[in-house]
Design a protein around this ligand. Structure first.
Ligand code: WTA
Length: 666
């Protein structure tokens, strides 16, 4: 192509606002008939049998949806099944035992391959080991592990014996681990000695042990995977700690019958951040969650079992649960797992992996795409990415520029992109285009999926006009929804649900789910998600509660008060800004700043580390004493400030503004 033609093409791409999937993609897509939207609407809730049909049931369910006690909806009631059976045994039995289930790529380029038979064997052995350690049905097992194959193996082993898992992201701190184990009353932990980050071994067991010391009840047993071998830190195992390999050796060849679970039995707990300081234990069930993860993997990610599929998230977050483990394995495909970071040893690491495994479908986060963009297209250009058929993003809004870069430089203008909006609570994708059906609009996630009833409303709950910002709501239940917050039904209802009793009917349609996101919709019904409307911020796709960070900061000696907000950040999406008032007799100096950062890392983990700590004698407050966070956000973003006349102390704002500007310059 001539240079001129190239330049012209680039310009056209930059202006283009709508993209269609290629005829070739549509032809092979799992879902390609636009009628599906009407079919689901006309046949609701029975339409969800399409999802349930993707998995095997030991006993058929009697009812698709039981809405007799909203918002405590139940799905596929009366049905019995086992998630581990669905992800393993049935593929082994159906002639796919030699198909690769997990392709694991270690940071150093070491690899491990598990066929469905391999995975089946090891999951059975570990399930037998868990039983021997005393794990019983319904005991919560905490998994504090990085991206190593033993993590999905442990998840499936728990599912096999009906013990819900609670995975705690390995980057979280000891304290965060203890909080979650305490909240779930979890007496079992599976962890590892360490893992590799940017070439260096990292001590993980030390952190796990410190966490165990903070558990306020007895811990029955801990299992420790030996990941580092000779690079390890030489920890001796404690009395009730067992080596993974030893346990498996004791159970070689053992088989454990999958426990029949009720559709509504808990499959797992996943802690996530909300408005208050305490993380919430989101409860997902066996039948609804698994059906929904499988259905969205089929309809949106277009996964077929012949595919090699890669989601680059961490299993420590919901994306990894639904779209590295449960969805892809339920469908019997090959799922890739990568231990390391995208820029080690080189910035082409991900593209190298795509080429090496001939990946068909790639699912990642906008924060990663922004980094790829910054590094430049020469890295993907070093590799043959022509195996790719579909791309996806999740975790935060993607701006049209990043979308187009991804489309062109990774997808070669040939792969549809699904921009999938969803949450820990929703269990699976909710708003996105179906790649074989709809046109794509960069920056807008798309319409709600078939069967999902989403709207944008104002503060009074009335639907707003197209183009106006409002609150995103979901007006009908869906199979993948959270059922409650662990041991806290009241908080579940209060945080997420609103009942509109003034509507005409008095049925369950009155209950509306609030995800706490702002959004707008266009004339085609495409939803653009604008971001959180509560005190949750999104740093590199990681969901963090500002209150959690604040409570860590006020725990530091010398701090009197703190306010944390999210500020715009080119790569991370949002960055943590902490405004801090010191106690009398303490200076806002580098020592205190260092201790504040350390305090946050100890309480939560390095992901929550403040970008800026701004010391101030006062925080801007309303006359009723509420901190004006919006104003602090504007200051951090260098935005024009709104009306400050309602403040009790308007003078403080200018002072803070100057400090922030000064710090941002240095
Ligand atoms: C945000 C991650 C815009 C949103 C699966 C949501 C998004 C929060 C998108 C949930 C998207 C996720 N576009 N925003 N495609 N996907 N979000 O629980 O604010 O870690 O409420 O689940 O991420 O984060 P969580």
């Amino acid at each position: 192509m001539s240079e001129e033609a190239q330049v012209e093409l680039e310009a056209r791409l930059a202006e283009q606002e709508e993209f269609e999937p290629s005829a070739e993609f549509v032809e092979q897509a799992n879902v390609s008939d636009p009628e599906i939207y009407d079919e689901f609407e006309e046949n609701w809730p029975e339409c969800w049998e399409r999802a349930a049909d993707l998995i095997d049931w030991d006993d058929d369910y009697d009812t698709v949806l039981d809405d007799s006690n909203p918002p405590f909806y139940e799905w596929f009631t009366g049905g019995k099944l086992n998630a581990s059976y669905n992800c393993l045994d049935r593929h082994v039995e159906n002639g796919d035992k030699n198909r690769v289930a997990i392709k694991w790529e270690g940071e150093h380029g070491t690899t491990r391959t598990y066929t469905y038979q391999d995975l089946y064997r090891e999951v059975n052995e570990f399930a037998a080991a868990l039983r021997e350690l005393g794990v019983e049905e319904d005991d919560v097992v905490t998994l504090y592990m990085p991206m190593i194959p033993e993590l999905p193996i442990a998840m499936l082993a728990c599912a096999r014996i009906g013990a819900p898992h609670s995975v705690v992201f390995a980057g979280f701190s000891a304290e965060a681990l203890a909080t979650r184990m305490n909240s779930a009353n979890s007496e079992f932990l599976v962890t590892c000695d360490g893992y590799y980050r940017r070439g260096d071994p990292l001590d993980h067991l030390d952190k796990a042990n410190e966490g165990l010391d903070g558990v306020d009840h007895g811990v029955e047993a801990t299992v420790v995977v030996d990941r580092l071998g000779d690079d390890g830190f030489g920890h001796d195992l404690r009395g009730n700690q067992h080596g993974w390999d030893d346990l498996l050796a004791d159970h070689t060849g053992d088989r454990v019958d999958p426990v029949q679970r009720d559709a509504e039995d808990m499959l797992f707990l996943m802690y996530t951040s909300g408005t208050t300081g305490q993380p919430k234990g989101v409860k997902h069930t066996t039948g609804g969650y698994l059906s929904y993860a499988a259905w969205t993997s089929h309809a949106v990610l277009d996964i077929e079992k012949e595919d090699t599929y890669w989601c680059s998230a961490d299993i420590g977050w919901i994306t990894g649960h639904s779209y590295i483990v449960y969805g892809p394995l339920a469908l019997g495909t090959t799922t890739v797992m990568y231990e390391g970071t995208p820029d080690f040893p080189n910035r082409d690491r991900l593209w190298e992996i795509i080429e090496k495994y001939s990946v068909d479908i790639f699912y990642t986060a906008p924060t990663a795409i922004r980094a790829f963009m910054k590094w430049g297209s020469r890295f993907p250009e070093q590799h043959d990415l022509s195996s790719l058929r579909l791309l996806g993003t999740v975790g935060e809004p993607i701006n049209p520029r990043a979308w187009k870069w991804y489309y062109k430089h990774i997808g070669n203008e040939d792969c549809p992109i699904v921009d999938t909006w969803w949450q820990t609570e929703t269990g699976g994708m909710m708003v996105t285009t179906l790649p074989g059906v709809g046109k794509m609009k960069p920056g807008s996630a798309g319409p709600p999926l078939p069967g999902i009833d989403a709207q944008i409303v104002d503060t009074g709950g009335k639907e707003v006009e197209a183009g106006r910002a409002g609150y995103l709501t979901v007006n009908k239940p869906w199979p993948g929804m959270l059922r409650t917050l662990y041991k806290n039904d009241e908080r579940f209802v209060q945080e997420y649900w609103q009942e509109y009793s003034d509507t005409d009917s008095d049925d369950s349609d009155d209950w509306v789910y609030f995800p706490e996101d702002g959004a707008k919709v266009d004339d085609d019904g495409y939803i653009t998600v604008l971001g959180r409307v509560d005190d949750v911020i999104n740093v590199s796709g990681h969901r963090l509660g500002t209150m959690e960070i604040e409570s860590a900061i006020v725990g530091v000696e010398g701090v009197a008060e703190a306010a944390v907000v999210g500020a715009n950040h080119d790569l991370k999406g949002e960055a943590v800004y902490a405004y801090v008032i010191t106690e009398d007799g303490h200076d806002g100096d580098d020592d205190l700043r260092g201790r504040i950062i350390e305090g946050v890392e100890d309480a939560i983990g390095p992901i929550a580390r403040p970008e800026e700590v701004v010391f101030t004698p006062e925080l801007p407050k309303t006359r009723s004493g509420k901190i004006m966070r919006r104003l602090l956000e504007d200051v951090a973003n260098g935005d024009e400030l709104g009306n400050t006349s309602t403040l009790r102390n308007p003078d403080v704002v200018e002072d803070i503004q100057q400090k922030v500007q000064q710090q941002q310059r240095t």
